[in-house]
Design a protein around this ligand. Structure first.
Ligand SMILES: Nc1ncnc2c1ncn2[C@@H]1O[C@H](COP(=O)(O)OP(=O)(O)OP(=O)(O)O)[C@@H](O)[C@H]1O
Ligand SMILES: [Mg+2]
Length: 265
C-alpha cells in the first residue's frame, strides 16, 4: 500500500461570528490511511469535514490535494487568498474529491434505495445509468442489502439506512471517504453491522477520515488518530499510541473519560 499524501491541511481557521471554532488545524491524510478524528463535542470535528468537502468556507488555511488523487492533477486551495468566484470553483473540486457519510444518513425519503445510490453517479458525474445501476447493485450486495434496492428509506432500519449511506458514498468513487460519527444515531445492536462494513472498506484500501467517539473501533480500524481540542490538533499518531499511551494531558483526560464514562476526575 502506498503512503503518499492524498490531502494536506495547513492552518485551517474558522469562526462563526465571534466564536472561533478552528484556530490552526494541521492535518495530513495519506493514501490508504484510515484516520480517526476525535475530540470533545463542539471542538469542530464536523466543521473540519465540511471544510474539506467544500460545504463550509474557512476564514484561512490551505488545503492541498496532491497529484494523483482521483482524476485530478493536484491543486492548492488557499482560502484567505481567493476571490469568491475562484474559491467556489476550488470548493467544487474539493466536493468532487470526497464523499461524506452523515450521522443522520441524509437519504432522500421519496426515492428508493437504488435511486439514492445512483443519483450522484448519474446526475452529477454523468455516468451511464445502466453501468451505474449495475455497480450500485453490486455494492448493495456487498453490504447485504441488494434485496432492499427498491425499498424506500423509511422501510429500512437505521443500520440498513446507514449502510445505504455508505454505498451511496462509495458509488461516487471518491478518493477520500469522510464519515461523521456514522454510528452515533444507531441503536447499540445495529452499530456492529455498520462498523463491520467500515472495517471491510479499510481492508480494501479505501482512504478514510472518520469522526468517531468509538475509541475501541478507532483503535481496531484506524491507522492514525488525530485528537483535536480548542481549535487545534493537540496530538496525533498511531492509534495504539494516541489511545493507549497519550502524551498530552488534554488527550489523557479525554481518553480516560470516554474509556471510563461516569468516573469523574
Ligand atoms: N453554521 C454554524 N453557525 C454557527 N455556529 C456553528 C455552525 N456550525 C457549527 N457551529 C459551532 O461550531 C462549533 C463546532 O461545531 P462542530 O459541529 O464542528 O463540532 P463537533 O466537534 O462536530 O461536535 P459534536 O461532537 O457535538 O458533533 C460548535 O460550537 C457549533 O455550535
Ligand atoms: Mg459533529
Amino acid at each position: 500500500m502506498s503512503h503518499s499524501s492524498l490531502i494536506t491541511v495547513r492552518g485551517l481557521a474558522k469562526s462563526f461570528g465571534d466564536h472561533t471554532v478552528l484556530r490552526d488545524i494541521d492535518l495530513t491524510v495519506n493514501r490508504g490511511d484510515v484516520v480517526a478524528l476525535i475530540g470533545p463535542s463542539g471542538s469542530g470535528k464536523t466543521t473540519v469535514l465540511r471544510c474539506l468537502i467544500g460545504l463550509e468556507t474557512p476564514d484561512a488555511g490551505v488545503v492541498t490535494v496532491h497529484e494523483g488523487a482521483g482524476s485530478t492533477p493536484g491543486f492548492d486551495v488557499d482560502f484567505a487568498a481567493l476571490s469568491p468566484k475562484a474559491r467556489r470553483e476550488q470548493q467544487g473540486r474539493l466536493r468532487d474529491l470526497s464523499a461524506m457519510v452523515f450521522q443522520q444518513y441524509n437519504l432522500f425519503p421519496h426515492r428508493t434505495v437504488l435511486q439514492n445510490v445512483i443519483e450522484g453517479p448519474v446526475l452529477v458525474q454523468k455516468r451511464d445509468k445502466a453501468e451505474a445501476t449495475a455497480e450500485a447493485l453490486e455494492l448493495l450486495e456487498r453490504v447485504g442489502l441488494k434485496e432492499k434496492a427498491n425499498s424506500f428509506p423509511h422501510e429500512l432500519s437505521g443500520g440498513q439506512q446507514q449502510r445505504v449511506g455508505i454505498v451511496r458514498a462509495l458509488a461516487q468513487r471518491p478518493a477520500l471517504l469522510l464519515f461523521d460519527e456514522p454510528t452515533s444515531a444507531l441503536d447499540p445492536e445495529l452499530v456492529g453491522d455498520v462498523l463491520r462494513v467500515i472495517r471491510e472498506l479499510a481492508e480494501q484500501g479505501w482512504t478514510m477520515l472518520i469522526v468517531t467517539h468509538e475509541l475501541q473501533f478507532a483503535r481496531q480500524v484506524a491507522s492514525r488518530v488525530v485528537f483535536m481540542a480548542d481549535g487545534v490538533v493537540v496530538e496525533e499518531g498511531p492509534a495504539a499510541q494516541v489511545l493507549g499511551a497519550p502524551q498530552a494531558e488534554r488527550t489523557q483526560q479525554f481518553v480516560r473519560r470516554l474509556t471510563h464514562p461516569g468516573e469523574d476526575d
